[in-house]
Design a protein around this ligand. Structure first.
Ligand code: FES
Length: 105
């Protein structure tokens, strides 16, 4: 049996400003989208593992986002919280096609 992820259209790329996160809801997932300064788009779970801070409102630096509540640093590549803090959020593959953003679920 093979399971194929579904690519869900999220928004136009130009609706996502660089370094300004945006929270979207797809199916039952709450996802934070980020457009990095190198043009790549990342998608991670939107809630900080500490106490559910809204990661989409965090400050982006390189390939990390700092939670707006108590500054936990979360990788936009792996979803892992950086030490000394612990935890992780899910990550989602992003596909850019014809100026549109799709997330793989
Ligand atoms: S909720 Fe994110 S650091 Fe506390």
């Amino acid at each position: 049996m093979s399971i194929t992820n579904e690519h869900v259209y999220v928004m136009q790329l130009d609706q996502l400003p660089i370094l300004i996160g945006k929270e979207v809801h797809i199916k039952n997932e709450s996802i934070a989208l980020f457009r990095l300064s190198n043009g790549e788009v990342r998608a991670i779970g939107s809630r900080c593992p500490h106490t559910n801070g809204p990661l989409a409102e965090g400050i982006v630096s390189g390939e990390f986002v700092y939670c707006p509540l108590q500054d936990w640093k979360v990788s936009l590549v792996t979803g892992h919280v950086q030490p000394p803090d612990e935890g992780a959020v899910p990550t989602y593959d992003v596909i850019l096609k014809n100026g549109e953003i799709y997330v793989s679920l």
